[in-house]
Every structure is written in C-alpha cells, then in structure tokens.
Design a protein around this ligand. Structure first.
Ligand code: FAD
Length: 482
C-alpha cells in the first residue's frame, strides 16, 4: 500500500497537470484577494475568471471609498496586477443570477467563489421612513462616487440641517462630504453632478446620531481627526454624553479604542487647540454635532411628504453592569425624547447582502451565506468571501485577511480533488451561453479603455478622473479591436 505522502504527491502531480477552473463572482477586494491568493499557490494550476456585474471593476474601492481618500484607492494597482495575470480573465457587465446562473457556473467550474458584497440597506423600521429626503447613506455615497444606479438620486441639499443616523466610518464620510468646503472636493474624483449639488447646498449643520455612548462609537481615529480639522466647520459635543467617563477609565481601555476615546474626551473637555480655532474661523459657517445615546423613533413629514424632523429617544448606558465603560456596555431607554428639525436624513446603519439565486444557502437574519472559512455549508465546490461571507464589517485589510483564508480553503480542496472531479468547460461553456443570451461581457482591456476615457475627461476639470455613470456610455468607449 502506498504511503500517505506518496499518495499526496501523486495526487498533487495529477492535479498540477490539470488546470483547475475557478469562477469568482464580484470584483471587489474580496474577489481580487481570493484570486491573488490562488495565483500564488504552487500546488495547483488555476485559471481564475472574475465575473462582475458592472463594466468597471473594484467594487466599493471605486464606488464606496470617499473621493477625498485617494490613498485608500491605491489597492486598485494591486488588483490591476492580478487582473492582468495571464491566468486571470475579467468578465465584466455580467450580473450573476441574471445573465448566468450560479448553478451554471458550478457545472462549468471546479470551484465557484461568491464575493458579490452587501448591496442592500438595513432599515430603521420607524414611521415615515419612506418620506422624501430620507435617504440611505449607501445611495448618497453611490451618487457622489458615480455608481450607475445611484446617479439619478433624488436628494435635496436645500435645507440647513441634515441628520445622519449611525456612527460608523461611512456615516463620518458622508458628514465630511456635506461640510467640507467645495474647493477641497473639486480636485477629487467626486462626480460633477455631486459637485454641482454640493456647491448649491444650504446645509449648515450636521447631526451624527448614535444609539450608544462614547466608548461604543464605530468610527475610527483617522476619521475623527479629519472631522476635527475641517475648514469653517466647528465640532459640537454635549458634555452630558460623557458624564462618568474619567481619565482613569480612558487610560484603562485597550488600544486602538483608548486612543480614539482620548481624542474624543480631549476635544470635549479642553475645547479647540491653537491650530483648530483659526481653521474653524470665529464665524464658522458650518458645524457638526455628535449626538450620542439617541435612538431614532419617528420621522415627521410635511404635507408634501418631505421630511421635516425626527424624534429621538434618549438612552442611558446600563448602569452598574459588569460591562460598565466597555465596548460591550448596553443602553436602556430613559423614556425621554427630543425632536430635531431637519430637511435631510441619511441612514447609515449598515448593509446587508442579498440572495442572488434560490438553492444557495442564505442566512436571512444575518444577511450572509453561511460558511466555514469560506466553504459554503452543505455544498461541494462552492465558496464565499468578503462581506457576503462575514457581514458588512471592517475595512479593506480585514476583507483581505479573511479572503486569503478563503483562498487557502479552496487551494486545500483543489489539491485534494481527484481527477474525476474536474470542471466541465470553464469559460468556454459560459461564453456560449452569453452568445445565446445576447450578453456582452467586458474584458479587462475593455475596462482599460473606459478608464482611459475617464482620466481624459478628468483632465479637463483638473480631477484624477470623471467617472462615467451610465453603463451604455461606458460601453460606447470600448474600442472595437480591444
Ligand atoms: P464589494 O467591494 O462590495 O465588492 C462586491 C463586488 O461584487 C462589486 O464590484 C459588485 O458590483 C459585484 N457584484 C454585486 N452583485 C453581483 C452579481 N450579481 N454578479 C456579479 N458581480 C456582482 N475600507 C477601507 O479600508 N477604507 C475606506 O475608506 C473604506 N470606505 C468605505 C466606504 C463605504 C461607503 C463602504 C460601504 C465601505 C468602505 N470600506 C472602506 C470597506 C471596504 O469597502 C470593504 O471592506 C470591501 O469593499 C468589501 O469587499 P467585498 O469584495 O466583499 O465587497
């Protein structure tokens, strides 16, 4: 009987001789990082086909990351390198679940990785949530970042007060875009339509509202620091929200929470620094308020159904609990309420994934595909990665770490597949389906033609690019010979 090592070696040799076909659904960070990991493995030869709904790759790096954070978008260079690897094929303009079924991909490929992100909003579940100018932060972000389906967003900035529900980095991004001087946004890749709208904005006051206390805010220190240094915009805190929080408690917190709370605490207690005062200006034109310990209860609308106010319930941190002054500490309703007049409400309370097709395990409550290290439970050859697998948490680096793990799970499985479990046709089969269905896939070369056009358009207005927000228009810039 052959030893285990010999059998492993033989199986590796057999597998190496056979290229394994992997379909990745979604070209955001998760899709690219899984692909990168697969390409690096020596034990299995792979052909990776990345299917993407839009003609443009990179997911939320292109359509989520704030325009004034260009450094974050540097990861696009890494993803481009992956896409240009001879073993990778980008298949854009193909919505999996519609243009091609996951089940069809599964028949054609050895492994299918679902990494199509989390494209839906969580609702507040309060009365009059559908009033005019109550908008999801996801849509607003999509609008200023050129996401095709958000390009026609009906949002009015013709009011003095905006309320943002949620205290994560997305909420902060949106607040920052609303109060940053327009000249500072002009040189970013923000869309012309958003610039136009922001240049006419009457918004003077932005409230950032969170359910819990100062130790539970979800934004990070970099984002807070930026909010404390916006020209012409003063931050406002309510010292009551910080009652009971002492320097001793703050110094006992774990980093990075400690550093964040120190900065918050210092801003509340000590007021502006010498650098901040002249930056904000004596007659600052704008201000933002941190509203902690508030839960949205009800939205009020006028006769034309446009939002005019929101009622917030006032909470307090659960006193005397063992979690006191920790991130885990809960809140309870005090029964008290307050009303905030406002003309715009942006909901930023999280994202959730959708099920693209029946037959794929899906946890409706968590809004994720249930999995163990990326392997979809009770299936064969089906994997998931990114926000679809973990829920909409963390930053790109977290998505990367988790995606590499998924890449390893797939590699382990591919190494152990016997030669009888092989793909049936890979992309060739799917390409034939596209012909039958009149689907026009977009290659990475096609995307580069679009990219080139966007950069050219951007040069005219002194921006890194002017994003093309219409899919048909994007397609019209693809060169015939590409
Ligand atoms: P996504 O990036 O959403 O990628 C999913 C991809 O799948 C998309 O390209 C989508 O078009 C595609 N897709 C969807 N449905 C289908 C389908 N049916 N068929 C084919 N393709 C499909 N992190 C940071 O580190 N720094 C930041 O500054 C930062 N800013 C952020 C701002 C916002 C507004 C948001 C929401 C997140 C931000 N993040 C930031 C977090 C970061 O974007 C995520 O960690 C990361 O994008 C998750 O990667 P993903 O691949 O799972 O999802």
């Amino acid at each position: 009987m052959r030893s285990l090592i010999t059998r492993r070696l033989l199986s590796t040799v057999a597998n190496k001789s056979k290229v394994k076909h992997v379909a990745v659904v979604g070209s955001g960070p998760a899709g690219f990082y899984v692909s990168q990991h697969l390409l690096k493995q020596k034990s299995v030869d792979v052909q990776v086909d990345i299917y993407e709904r839009l003609p443009a790759p990179f997911g939320l790096v292109r359509y989520g990351v704030a325009p004034d954070h260009p450094d974050v978008k540097n990861v696009e260079a890494t993803f481009t390198k992956v896409a240009k690897d001879s073993r990778v094929r980008f298949v854009g303009n193909v919505a999996v679940g519609q243009d091609v079924k996951v089940s069809e991909l599964r028949s054609a490929y050895d492994a299918v990785v679902l990494s199509y992100g989390a494209a839906k909003d969580r609702d507040l579940g309060i009365p009059r949530e559908n009033s005019k100018n109550v908008i999801s932060a996801r849509n607003f972000v999509g609008f200023y970042n050129g996401l095709p389906e958000a390009s026609g967003l009906d949002v009015s900035l013709d009011c003095e007060t905006a309320v943002i529900i949620g205290l994560g980095n997305v909420a902060i991004d949106v607040a920052r875009v609303l109060v940053t001087p327009i000249d500072e946004l002009k040189e970013t890749d923000i869309t012309e339509a958003a610039l136009e709208k922001l240049s006419k904005s009457r918004i003077k006051r932005v409230f950032l509202v969170g359910r819990r206390g100062p130790i539970q805010v979800a934004f990070t220190i970099k984002e807070l620091r930026e909010m404390l240094h916006i020209k012409g915009c003063r931050p406002c805190f309510d010292s009551k929200d910080f009652q009971g929080l002492t320097s001793d408690i703050v110094s006992g917190l774990q980093r990075p929470r400690k550093r964040l709370t120190e900065l918050l605490f210092k801003s509340v207690r000590e007021g502006p620094t010498d650098k901040q005062l002249p930056l904000w200006g004596e007659n600052h034109s704008k201000e933002w308020h941190l509203k902690l310990l508030r839960s949205p209860l009800e939205i009020h609308a006028d006769d034309s159904d446009a939002v005019e106010a929101i009622t917030l319930g006032i909470n307090r941190l659960v006193p005397g609990s063992k979690d006191e002054w920790t991130e885990a500490q809960g809140v309870e309703d005090t029964g008290l309420k307050e009303r905030l007049d406002c003309g715009l409400i942006l909901k930023s309370i999280g994202y959730k994934s959708v099920k693209v097709e029946d037959g794929i395990p899906f946890d409706e409550t968590k809004g994720i595909v249930p999995n163990v290290d990326g392997k979809v439970e009770a299936t064969d050859g089906l994997y998931c990665a990114g926000w679809l697998a973990t829920g909409p948490r963390g930053v790109i680096v977290d998505t990367m770490t988790a995606a590499y793990k998924v890449g390893q799970t797939i590699t382990n499985d591919l190494e152990n597949f016997s030669d009888t479990k092989t793909s049936v046709g890979g992309y060739e089969v799917i390409a034939n389906l596209f012909k039958e269905r009149n689907v026009t896939p977009v290659s990475f070369q096609d995307w580069e033609a679009i990219d080139e056009k966007e950069k050219e358009l951007g040069e005219i207005s002194g921006k890194p690019r002017e994003k093309i927000t219409d899919v048909q228009q994007m397609m019209s810039h693809i060169k015939d010979d590409s």
